[in-house]
Design a protein around this ligand. Structure first.
Ligand code: URA
Length: 237
């Protein structure tokens, strides 16, 4: 991150002093918002900086949201020939990679980017990114068992951290329970293993949120670029 006047000066548009005047005159936009005060910092490789209506530099980092369908492997290549991420991103015209992974049979929100630094941060446990899943399990789960999920269940790799669980409802005819669960750990098959641990196997698992991002509105198998506000929210993490 560098001061805006330094970035503008480095692009050869003006001296640093002149760049300050340009900023104060309201002629500069960062990610679609006018910046007319000094001291604001930006990242020229990520932020869209516009001076007098002209983009200062092309941004080089891209961020997409993908609705991974069930039956797709979270890799770019599958030696067994199963469907994988690359089957859905061919039209993007650039190489992007998944941030973290979803199981073969889990559907939902997956972030794709060519920003390796951000990808590493988002998947590192110390950042504790909150992820919300909509879960359907077989059986009518008693409220006390949902409390167990909230408080933590013992798995073979240790006790799970407290989780948020909101019951959506029971389908008594099909003997199913549906709920939302939010966790911030990223252990392998965590939600499935937590539900197994309370005796109710997962039938359907969908990630609906990841940090500040929500899947809302995106069709299954579809990819869309994050808008400027969403990228900013991600950067704040
Ligand atoms: N938890 C799971 O069990 N599977 C996933 O794909 C993600 C979280």
């Amino acid at each position: 991150m560098e001061r805006l006047q330094k970035i503008i000066a480095a692009a050869g548009i003006a001296s640093r002093r002149e760049a300050e005047k340009i900023i104060l005159a309201g002629r500069v936009k960062v990610n679609s918002k006018v910046v007319n005060e000094l001291g604001v910092k930006a990242d020229p490789s990520r932020d869209k900086i516009i001076v007098d209506g002209k983009p200062l530099m092309a941004k080089t980092k891209s961020y997409y949201m993908f609705y991974k369908p069930r039956g797709v492997v979270t890799t770019m290549k599958d030696p067994e020939g199963r469907k994988c991420i690359s089957d859905f991103v061919k039209g993007l015209g650039e190489r992007v990679y998944p941030v973290g992974r979803l199981d073969y049979n889990t559907e939902g929100l997956l972030l794709l980017t060519n920003d390796g630094e951000l990808a590493q941060k988002l998947t590192h446990p110390s950042y504790e990114i909150r992820k919300t899943y909509r879960v359907k399990v077989l059986g009518i789960v008693p409220l006390a068992k949902l409390d167990k999920l909230r408080m933590g269940v013992e798995l073979e790799d240790g006790l799970t951290a407290p989780a948020t669980v909101d019951l959506i409802g029971y389908d008594r005819e099909r003997e199913m329970t549906e709920f939302n669960i939010t966790i911030h750990e990223g252990r392998n098959r965590q939600v499935r293993r937590m539900c197994d641990a309370i005796g109710f196997p997962v039938r359907d698992l969908q990630r609906t949120k990841m940090g500040p991002l929500a899947l809302r509105g995106l069709g299954r198998g579809k990819v869309r670029e994050l808008d400027d506000d969403e990228v900013q929210l991600l950067m704040k993490i």
